[in-house]
Design a protein around this ligand. Structure first.
Ligand code: GLV
Ligand code: MN
Ligand code: MN
Length: 432
């Protein structure tokens, strides 16, 4: 591998330029208390425009596909395909930080700038990608743009996914100028892609605690998400004796504690179960809650444990509701399997760390990522950079500019090393 050549030719990522870019994206927000830029909103589209505007100003060809994913491409010397790619997402959860997803897009933009400014040559085209709607925060199911790219979501599915206001994903797409009937056109072809590397913040505290600047991801957790609609009986809080109640809230509380106790049972070691949203009706201090809606998210790197936790919780919820005289409806919102990222690609990133004297550790991801989806079409690797105090999905989410710049340097060198290697060998060689 010609990493020495790569090192000589490629300037270092600029930490303050990365910080400025993240600050600019953070301004595109519905909230001032943290970043709120939900999937398929005009704000998400504005962030995508900033991505394509800046990269087209660098002289790259840019475009947006029917799913709302945005791209920029720097041509390779050996022809139009297959491409080596990098990128992440630009949407956020409500009141998020400025790094989740955006760090990977900003790193991709910085890599593009370094390649252009130093006029670094590469054989494959290098594609920079901003995926649409990665967070499942609005429609429940995560990774919409990358799922569509991977052929895992079709136009016929888009009317069924709805946000809390009842707006379907198809309607949301139309409202921002996308045509949901054409999303099949956004599917990636395996012969068009050689490899993909996503940089992302860790969203956990392992790297910081161990003082290691880089994580290389081996496994990405799966996630099973569902909504439980509990139908109790609303009534007067003073007039209704305790034994005559069908309180949807107390049933919801018992289910929430059951989720915690199943996930902390040694049989489920590694499982994370969360009730992240609870809605009550009518929501009055003097009325027993008649309706409760719980949004449940179960994550695991073990597919069987993920699904058996979900099944156990649903059985338990049915028993709790029956005992309390509360009706129960269950709606599956999303179900993604854990993914093992290709070991050969992980090794190449590790070799790039070694060649550049960068300390790293291999670790699993508890969060979902676009790489989990597109790995179905193109071999994908992931680089993690440290998250301060392990926090994410909150305004306090933070990664130092120096750590992000170090991750960006590794990303750039990994892409060039892959470009070099895939030019001389087949990507499948040594793969397992
Ligand atoms: C995506 O960010 C997730 O919730 O895992
Ligand atoms: Mn993310
Ligand atoms: Mn996220």
């Amino acid at each position: 591998m010609s990493l020495d050549t790569v090192d000589v030719a490629l300037p270092r990522a600029d930490a303050s330029r990365l910080a400025d870019l993240l600050a600019k994206f953070a301004e595109i927000s519905e909230s001032t208390d943290g970043v709120t830029r939900l999937a398929y909103t005009p704000l998400e589209r504005a962030a995508h425009r900033m991505f394509t505007d800046q990269l087209s100003a660098l002289g790259l060809r840019t475009w947006t596909d029917a799913a709302g994913n945005s791209y920029a491409e720097r041509p390779g010397d050996a022809g139009p395909a297959p491409a080596v790619g990098t990128g992440s997402h630009l949407d956020s959860v409500p009141r998020a930080g400025r790094f989740d997803g955006i760090a990977g897009v900003a790193a991709a933009m910085e890599v593009a700038r370094l390649l252009v400014e130093a006029d670094v040559r590469h054989a494959h085209p290098i594609r920079f990608v901003a995926f649409a709607g990665e967070e499942g925060a609005r429609f429940g199911q995560a990774c919409t743009g990358s799922r569509i790219a991977a052929g895992l979501l079709s136009s016929s599915d888009l009317a069924d996914l709805r946000d809390v206001h009842g707006v379907s994903l198809a309607e949301a797409m139309r409202a921002v100028g996308l045509d949901p009937s054409r999303v099949e056109e956004a599917r990636w072809r395996a012969d068009d892609w050689a490899a993909f590397v996503e940089l992302h913040i860790e969203q956990g505290g392992v790297l910081e605690a161990q003082g290691v600047p880089i994580g290389i991801v081996d496994l990405i957790s799966g996630s099973t998400r569902f909504r439980l609609d509990l139908h109790g009986r609303a009534s007067h809080t003073g007039g209704t004796p305790m034994h005559q109640r069908a309180d949807a809230m107390t049933a919801a509380a018992e289910i929430t504690l059951l989720a915690e106790s199943i996930a902390t049972d040694p049989r489920h070691h590694g499982t994370r179960a969360t009730v992240g949203r609870l809605e009550l009706e009518p929501g009055s201090i003097t009325t027993i809650p008649g309706e409760a809606r719980l949004y449940v998210d179960i994550r695991d790197v073990d597919s069987d444990r993920q699904r058996s936790t979900a099944t156990e919780l649903i059985h338990g919820a049915r028993a709790i509701c029956e005992r309390r005289g509360v009706g129960l409806d269950i709606e599956l919102l999303g179900d993604a399997s854990p993914v093992v990222l290709p070991i050969w690609l992980r090794r190449r990133i590790a070799e790039t760390c070694t060649a550049t004297g960068t300390a790293y550790r291999v670790l699993p991801s508890g969060a979902s990522h676009d790489s989990q989806m597109i790995n179905k079409v193109v071999p994908a690797g992931m680089i993690f950079v440290p998250s301060r105090a392990g926090l994410s999905h909150v305004p306090e989410e933070w990664t130092s500019s120096a750590d992000l710049a170090a991750g960006t340097d590794l990303l750039a060198r990994s892409l060039l090393a892959l470009d070099h290697e895939l030019t001389t060998t087949s990507s499948a060689e040594g793969a397992c």
